[in-house]
Design a protein around this ligand. Sequence first.
Ligand code: MLT
Length: 245
Amino acid sequence: MKIQYCPTPEAVPSSGQPDAAVVIDVLRATTTMGWALHNGATAVHVFAQLDALQRAAGAAPPDKRLLAGERGGQRLEGFDLGNSPVAVTPAVVEGKQLFLSTTNGTRALERVQAAPHVLTCSLNNLEAVAERLQTGAVGHGWIVGSGWEGGYSLEDSLAAGALLHTMAAALGSNPHHLCGNDEMIAAGALWQVWREKPEACLRLATHGQRLQRLGNHDADFRCCAAVNSLAVVPTQTHPGMFQLV
Ligand code: MLT
């Protein structure tokens, strides 16, 4: 197995496909997707464009849909939810379809939508994703960070490195033997530096600083930093639609 890390959607190769693509947006889209599906949402539909989200949501039964939208870290006006992982409780999402658009995470997901297998990962579900990749006979994988408007994301790279080390431990392999590019090697080193204090890394990151400026997001940081607190693998079952399988 060789894993390439693409720190942003723009870094994804313009040609070719991996056996599987894993998209990471620790703060907060893929963390939120994991908790929403764990808490009983029947599906999460992801959209980079808001007009496409509104059209799709309009076709769903009103009592079975929730609109979740964020831009710049803040909830969009007129949406049921923003993008907080602690807001998608069972009481809110059980039995509902989520229609989600975020600043970067949903754009990253659309960028790799054509891959044979698309999964989402955060710090919460590293072991579950590593097991899926191992049992899925993945020979060549991409890990794609969501970044911020085309820029590098410390927190997404941290989780990419964490996934690399989790996969290496599961395979009994040296992590460097799994690395398909320098970016993957660097992400692995980042995890070795911060693995004992992931929340501090999230708060230090540019987007973590942005969220702290926007208000008290302590519960979000605790949730996003909780390593292996979830055993779910959000999986693309149809283009742009994620479920537990
Ligand atoms: C993103 O898409 O960049 C993030 O999910 C933004 C956020 O929810 O803070």
